[in-house]
Design a protein around this ligand. Structure first.
Ligand code: SAH
Ligand code: SF4
Ligand code: F3S
Length: 501
C-alpha cells in the first residue's frame, strides 16, 4: 500500500514553493499526496510567522491533530518552515506530540527525518540557520543540493510555477521576522535558474513567477562580473513556450532603471510591479527602517509609470505600527489617494517577539484603532480599485486562462442539481498582463491557453469580459484559439540579448 502524506501550507509564495518541493521529494520515497488528514501516514504543517494570526492558525491545526495522534500513534507529525525555524522549543512545548520540527534551511532533509522518526520514534529537530559567513555557504549548499524534482500537482495551475531566485532577506525592517526565519539574502546562480525555467517549460509551464523577499535586489556576483535581475529575466526571455515572466516582491529602493527598461521592452514580462510602501509617514517609515521617505517612494512610483506606460502597481501597508498617530495615518491615507495602486494588501501591525520593533517601541496603537484604520484605508483603496477596473472596460486584454472561477467552483461543489450551460461553457478566470483578474464565460478547453478578452464590466475586485469571437470570419467561442501554430515568439530587443546558458 502506498504511504500517504497530508500537507497544510500557510504564508507567502515561498512556502507554497517549499511545500511543492517537499512533496516532490516525498513522492520519490513512495508517498502519495492526500487531502484527507485521517488517511495520512505523515502530516506536515508548513508554517508562517509574519503575523501572530498566522501562528495561531497553525497552533489550532496542531490542536486538532492531538486526538488523531492518540488514535494513530504511528502517524508522523511535522512542523516545517518559518515558525519551525523561529520557535522550535515553543512548538514542542505547546504540542509535544509533534515528531519533527524542520526549519526553512533544512527542508531537503524532510524525507530522511521522516524515516528517522519512524525508526526511532525520537523527536527530530533540524533548524540551523546561523548568520555567520560560513553558514551562508551552508544555506546555499542545502538549497542547491535540494532535489529539484518538483511536483506539478502542487502548483497554482499546471501551467504556472514559482521559481525562487533569492533566499532570505538582509533589509531588517524593524517589524519583520523574515530575516530571522529565512536567513541572509543570497541570490541563486543565473545558470541554475535558467535551467529550472527550461525544465518547467518542458513540463508545460507557460508562466513563471520569480520569487524573492526583495526580488529586485537580486544580484549574482560571478567574481569578475555581476548578473542583475534585468539580465536574469532577459536570459530566460526567449525560452520557446514560455509566455509570461512575473517577479515579486520589489523593494522600493532597488527599483533600478535597467529593470524598468526590461519590463517595458521585453514582451513576455508582465507589466505589473508589487512594490510595498508600508506607510505614508516619514517618521513611521524611519521607525520601520524602510530606508526611504514617502517622497522618495512617490518619485519612484512616477518613474515606474513613466518608464513602463500602463504598468499596474500594487502595495502593502501596515497600519497601527508603533507610534502611528492620527496625523501619521492621515499621511498614509493621502498617499493611497494619490498613488492610485491597482490594489493593496493592508495589515494591522502584529508585534513579533525578537524583532527590533518589539525590543524598542511599545505596540501602542489599540486594536480597535488598528481595525478602524485598516477599514478606512481599505475604503480608499477600494475606490481606487473600482476606478482602475472601470478604466479597463472596453479594452481588449490577453488572459492566461487559469480555470473555473471561484463562483463556478463553489457552484459545482454545492449544487448537485445544477445544470451546466449548454456546450460546456463555464465561468472561467485568469490574469491579464497587468495582473488584473478577469472573469468570463468560455469552454473549459480554453484552460491553459492565452485568449483575448474584451472587458465589459467591472467591480472593485473583479473585471468581467467576453472572449473575443472573430465576427468577421464567424469563428465561434468553441473555436477560439490564440494564434495559428508556428507563430513566431515575441522577440526581445537586441540590447537585452544575452547568451542562453
Ligand atoms: N519581503 C516582502 C514581504 C514581506 S511579508 C517585502 O518586503 O515586501 C509581507 C507583508 O507583510 C509586508 O509587506 C508587510 O506589509 C506585512 N508585515 C510584515 N511584518 C508584519 C508585522 N509584524 N505585522 C503586520 N504586517 C506585517
Ligand atoms: Fe521583511 Fe523588510 Fe525583508 Fe520584506 S524587506 S522581508 S518586510 S525585512
Ligand atoms: Fe511567512 Fe515565512 Fe513567508 S514568515 S510570509 S512564510 S517567508
Amino acid at each position: 500500500m502506498t504511504k500517504k502524506v497530508y500537507i497544510e501550507t500557510v504564508g507567502c509564495q515561498m512556502n507554497v514553493l517549499d511545500s511543492e518541493l517537499v512533496i516532490g521529494a516525498l513522492r520519490k520515497q513512495g508517498y502519495d499526496l492526500t487531502d484527507t488528514p485521517a488517511d495520512a501516514d505523515v502530516m506536515l504543517f508548513n508554517t508562517c510567522s509574519v503575523r501572530e494570526h498566522a501562528e495561531e492558525k497553525t497552533y489550532s491545526s496542531l490542536g486538532r491533530v492531538r486526538l488523531m495522534k492518540k488514535d494513530n500513534p504511528e502517524i508522523v507529525i511535522g512542523v516545517l518552515g518559518c515558525m519551525a525555524q523561529k520557535d522550535q522549543e515553543l512548538i514542542r512545548k505547546r504540542a509535544p506530540y509533534v515528531d519533527m520540527v524542520v526549519g526553512t534551511g533544512q527542508l531537503a532533509e524532510v524525507p530522511m527525518l521522516v524515516e528517522k522518526v519512524k525508526a526511532t520514534r525520537e523527536p527530530q529537530l533540524a533548524v540551523s540557520l546561523a548568520r555567520s559567513a560560513a553558514s551562508r555557504d551552508e544555506v546555499e549548499a542545502s538549497f542547491v543540493s535540494y532535489d529539484p524534482t518538483r511536483d506539478p500537482t502542487m502548483r497554482p495551475t499546471p501551467f504556472q510555477a514559482y521559481v525562487r531566485i533569492q533566499i532570505g532577506c538582509d533589509k531588517f525592517c524593524t517589524y519583520c521576522v523574515v530575516p530571522s526565519t529565512r536567513g541572509p539574502e543570497q541570490s541563486r546562480p543565473p545558470a541554475h535558474i535558467w535551467q529550472e525555467v527550461k525544465q518547467l517549460v518542458d513540463q508545460g509551464c507557460k508562466e513563471v513567477t520569480l520569487i524573492g523577499q526583495t526580488v529586485n535586489s537580486y544580484v549574482y556576483d560571478h567574481g569578475d562580473r555581476k548578473t542583475r535581475l534585468s539580465e536574469l529575466i532577459a536570459g530566460m526571455h526567449d525560452v520557446a513556450g514560455l509566455e509570461r515572466i512575473k517577479f515579486v516582491t520589489n523593494y522600493p529602493k532597488d527599483m533600478t532603471d535597467d529593470l524598468l527598461d526590461a519590463v517595458r521592452e521585453l514582451p513576455k514580462v508582465v507589466k505589473y510591479l508589487h512594490v510595498p510602501v508600508q506607510s505614508g509617514c516619514d517618521e513611521v517609515l524611519k521607525r520601520m527602517k524602510r530606508n526611504y521617505t514617502a517622497d522618495y517612494y512617490m518619485e519612484m512610483l512616477h518613474r515606474c509609470r513613466e518608464k513602463v506606460p500602463g504598468v499596474a502597481v500594487s502595495s502593502d501597508f501596515i497600519v497601527g505600527f508603533c507610534g502611528e498617530t492620527e496625523e501619521s495615518f492621515a499621511k498614509t491615507m493621502e498617499l493611497v489617494r494619490v498613488a492610485k495602486f491597482k490594489n493593496s494588501f493592508i495589515f494591522k501591525y502584529s508585534e513579533r517577539p525578537g524583532t527590533k520593533a518589539a525590543d524598542r517601541f511599545p505596540d501602542d496603537v489599540p486594536e480597535d484603532v488598528k481595525k478602524r484604520r485598516n477599514n478606512d484605508l481599505l475604503l480608499v483603496q477600494n475606490e481606487n480599485s473600482r476606478a482602475n477596473h472601470r478604466e479597463q472596460v472596453g479594452k481588449v486584454m490577453e488572459v492566461l486562462v487559469e480555470g473555473p472561477s471561484r463562483r463556478e467552483q463553489s457552484a459545482t461543489h454545492q449544487a448537485s442539481g445544477r445544470q451546466s450551460p449548454p456546450g460546456g461553457v463555464k465561468q472561467l478566470t485568469g490574469h491579464t498582463m497587468t495582473d488584473h483578474i478577469v472573469v468570463f464565460d468560455g469552454p473549459e478547453r480554453l484552460i491553459g491557453q492565452t485568449v483575448r478578452v474584451t472587458i465589459t464590466d467591472a467591480s472593485p475586485f473583479t473585471i468581467y469580459g467576453k472572449v473575443l469571437t472573430d465576427e468577421v470570419t464567424g469563428v465561434d467561442l468553441a473555436n477560439v484559439d490564440r494564434e495559428p501554430p508556428g507563430q513566431p515568439q515575441p522577440q526581445r530587443p537586441d540590447r537585452f540579448s544575452l547568451p542562453l546558458v
